[in-house]
Structures are given as C-alpha cells and as structure tokens.
Design a binder for this molecule. Sequence first.
Ligand SMILES: CC(C)(COP(=O)(O)OP(=O)(O)OC[C@H]1O[C@@H](n2cnc3c(N)ncnc32)[C@H](O)[C@@H]1OP(=O)(O)O)[C@@H](O)C(=O)NCCC(=O)NCCS
Length: 154
Amino acid sequence: MKLSVKIEKATTKDFNEIYEIEIMSYETPWPKEMFVMDYLFNGKSEYFVARWMKKVIGFIGLWDEGDKLHIVNIAVHPDYRKKGVGKKLIEFAIKKAKKAHKNEIYLEVRKTNKIAQALYSKLGFEIREELENYYNNNENGYLMRKVINEYFRN
Ligand SMILES: CC(C)(COP(=O)(O)OP(=O)(O)OC[C@H]1O[C@@H](n2cnc3c(N)ncnc32)[C@H](O)[C@@H]1OP(=O)(O)O)[C@@H](O)C(=O)NCCC(=O)NCCS
C-alpha cells in the first residue's frame, strides 16, 4: 500500500526525528552535529521531510551546486519502507531540479546498495562513474545522475 505523504521543508524541530531515521538507516551515520551544521550554516543545503500523520517518516538533503542539484542524503524510516515514500522524495527533488533549470541531478550510492540503485534507476538515474574507495570501509561507490537538460549532456 502506498502512503500519501506530504513533502515539506524541514524545520529545526524535525531534526530529532530526522536523526533517528539516519541512525536506523546507516551503519556509519553522519554525526548529529554535522547534520545540524549543514542545515543551519550551509547556505547551499536544504532539507525536506516526508510527513505522515504529523510524523516524520523520511527525509532528503539537497545541495544546490549551481548547474547541478546534489542529493546528499535520503532515508526512509524502516517501518515505512516499500510504500512509495523514497520514490516520492526523489521525484520531489527531480521536480525541484527541473523548476530551477538545473542541467542534472546526481548522487553517490554504495556499490552494494542495490535497493537504492533500483529506486534511482527506476526514476531515470544512470551510473556515470565508479568511485574508488569512496566510503570509509573502502567500499566503492557509484555516481548516478539524471540529465535534466539534454543540451548539456556530456
Ligand atoms: C533506499 C530507500 C530510501 C528506499 O525508500 P522506500 O520508501 O522503501 O522506497 P519506495 O517504496 O519508494 O520504492 C521505490 C522503488 O525502489 C525499489 N525498492 C525499494 N525497496 C526495495 C527492496 N526492498 N528490494 C528491491 N527493490 C526495492 C523498487 O524498485 C521500488 O519500486 P516498486 O515499489 O515499484 O517496486 C530506503 O530503503 C532506505 O531508507 N534505505 C536506507 C538508507 C539508504 O540506503 N539510502 C540511500 C543512500 S544512497
């Protein structure tokens, strides 16, 4: 069953819930301070939450990098996965990139994270390059991107 969630800009109050989802989702989560610093002081970052019945059940972090939109973090609460929430969050980011006339939207993903890769492929992201020892356990990553403006495909 798909959940009908609302995607909203995150507020400072949302960060406890965001962080709970982060630690349930990653073996090596970002430290909480890093999150809050990024949210408060990085002028190019924006966070959005997926809210269902007032509860934060997923989030996405985006960096505006000029002609590109970078998805730096996305996670859905384990109890609410496989209900279309991740897809909604990525679709939201794609729409935002289109509205802002970006040339592309991109992200990094662990080579072993086939679930996330399936989600991104489904929404038109393609593997652009392999990133050697990108993660702290020396795992390789993939850079995946979706071209928004075909004129700038390279
Ligand atoms: C990746 C993640 C965000 C997906 O969120 P989600 O809400 O469960 O995803 P959705 O329900 O929107 O699924 C969308 C598509 O992703 C793929 N997918 C999702 N879960 C899957 C699973 N367990 N197995 C295989 N494919 C899966 C499917 O293609 C699915 O499409 P379908 O529903 O038509 O089959 C979630 O699994 C998560 O938070 N993982 C931990 C954090 C993480 O890995 N983040 C990405 C880092 S790059």
